[in-house]
Design a protein around this ligand. Structure first.
Ligand SMILES: Cc1ncc(COP(=O)(O)O)c(C=O)c1O
Length: 472
């Protein structure tokens, strides 16, 4: 039988008067969208009421437009990966192991992938047991599986303020009560943790874990000092408290001294480690991992079986081939060169284009700078204005559970060229300047001179605005 061609088939549906025939899908959707919402609302699980969308994911739709300079992503620069190596690695997989590469794999991940993970962790001084590792679909899935394993609704999670914006939707979807502890330039103020633990104990609450990104934190770019790392591990031991150390950026250091990971200081009794190949190789392969004590790992494996059976075999084979070449550390060195320069370009542009009332962090590694603006500026509103000028950033509120962070923003320097960084910061500086002028006009306060004209350009810039210090 000849298939009807599409336009005439659509026309015959349009002209039919027989109501038993369903309307074409696009018409059905337009007519019933609002009714559908009501119809399905009664079916949703209670937890969907507290689910949050990821600010970065939402922004991706807008920032994908080629005319937009996006300082919003957390994207490594994959354009630096040589296409010839990629082709050679994939060809080797096709020639030697097509059938296996296209097959399911073990839930825990392949031993060969774990060998690569052991090399990466070894480069930071960690020596976990292979059996304590699970290969996950990105570090993001590791966070999700840890929450799935440890959290009942209402359980307390302690994290940094600000925290990784991608962890916020996870904590929310498991209905956690999240307590955030302020950061300064030395990372989470661990000295406040003891008081928080005491207060929670008085309320009869025992937190399930502390979540921390101690090295070159996303979003603030700050790094937890050695003293605080040591203290955090001590507190974990004395309070029998788990710590989730999420460390995608540990090997991306551009200056200063390397610090031991929490996992190394603890030896793996109380610290669950989360790692990823995303920032040192590729986020597109979606390969990360978790390292946890055996009883916790057993439950995480059960959670992963239910979630997706196993992580992609194909990309695990790809990582294996890539590591077999023995050049993975050279690639990281190349990335470090590029990102260090981009960080410096961004810091210089901030000094030039942001008003003197603004402060920002000066990260020793990672992908992000965190800027704090005068308190009367709401960066969510500012983003709408910035997008009109085709530039994007992540508003700070995405990194807090309770609506704080309104006058701050996360700026990424890894996924954009030097020129885009300069131009992007110039455009954001311009919209901030307009807000500062408007505030001055409304309140009669004289806005401070632009940084270029200030007596001491950039000299009084705080690396980070501390809690309790009045914003301007
Ligand atoms: C702190 C942190 N954790 C986890 C992730 C998730 O990374 P992935 O799922 O790509 O491994 C990211 C990504 O930006 C991150 O910054």
């Amino acid at each position: 039988m000849r298939k009807p061609n599409l336009p005439s088939a659509v026309a015959s549906i349009r002209h039919t008067s027989d109501m038993s025939e369903p309307p074409p899908p696009h018409r059905r959707r337009a007519h019933t969208r609002s009714r559908d919402l009501e119809r399905y609302a009664g079916l949703f699980a209670g937890r969907t009421r507290v689910m949050r969308s990821s600010a970065m994911r939402d922004l991706m739709a807008v920032t994908a437009r080629p005319e937009v300079i996006s300082l919003a992503g957390g994207l490594p620069d994959t354009s630096t990966f040589p296409p010839k190596s990629f082709a050679a690695q994939m060809t080797r997989i096709a020639q030697a192991s097509t059938a296996e590469a296209l097959q399911y794999g073990p839930t825990e991940g392949f031993e060969e992938t774990k060998d690569c993970i052991l090399q990466v962790m070894g480069a930071e001084g960690m020596l976990p047991e292979s059996d304590d590792i699970i290969v996950t679909t990105g570090g993001q899935q590791a966070i999700d599986l840890i929450c799935k394993t440890l959290l009942d609704p209402g359980d307390v999670v302690i994290c940094e303020a600000p925290t990784y914006p991608g962890a916020v939707p996870v904590f929310c979807s498991y209905q956690a009560e999240v307590v955030q502890i302020e950061c300064d330039e030395d990372g989470m103020r661990v000295e406040e943790l003891e008081g928080v633990l005491g207060r929670l104990a008085d309320e009869g609450k025992r937190p399930k874990f502390v979540y921390s990104v101690p090295s070159f934190q996303n979003p603030a770019g700050v790094t937890m000092s050695f003293e605080r790392r040591r203290r955090l591990v001590e507190l974990a031991r004395s309070h029998e408290l788990l710590v989730v150390e999420d460390s995608p950026y540990g090997l991306l250091r551009y200056g200063g001294e390397a610090l031991p990971p929490l996992y190394q200081l603890d030896g793996g009794d109380y610290v669950i480690y989360v790692g990823t190949f995303s920032k040192i190789f590729s986020p597109g392969i979606r390969l990360g991992w978790a390292v946890a004590p055996p009883p916790v790992m057993q439950k995480i494996v059960l959670g992963k079986q239910a979630a997706d059976l196993c992580t992609s075999t194909l990309t695990q084979f790809f990582v294996r081939e890539y590591f077999a070449e023995g050049l993975w550390q050279n690639y990281i060195e190349d990335l470090i060169e590029i990102y260090r320069r981009r960080r410096d370009v961004m810091l210089e542009a901030l000094g030039k284009h942001f008003p003197p009332q603004a402060t920002w962090t000066e990260p020793e590694g990672g992908l992000f700078i965190w800027a704090t603006l005068p308190e009367y500026i709401d960066t969510s509103d500012l983003l709408a204005k910035a997008l009109r000028d085709n530039v994007a950033f992540v508003p700070g509120q995405a990194a807090y559970i309770d609506g704080r962070g309104r006058n701050s923003m996360r700026l990424n320097f890894s996924g954009v060229s030097d020129d885009e960084i300069r131009e992007g910061i110039r455009r954001i500086g311009k919209v901030i300047g307009e807000q500062v002028d408007l505030y001055g006009a409304l309140t009669g306060e004289v806005p401070a001179a632009p940084r270029d004209e200030a007596a001491d350009p950039g000299g009084d810039v705080l690396p980070f605005r501390k809690t309790g210090e009045a914003g301007q």
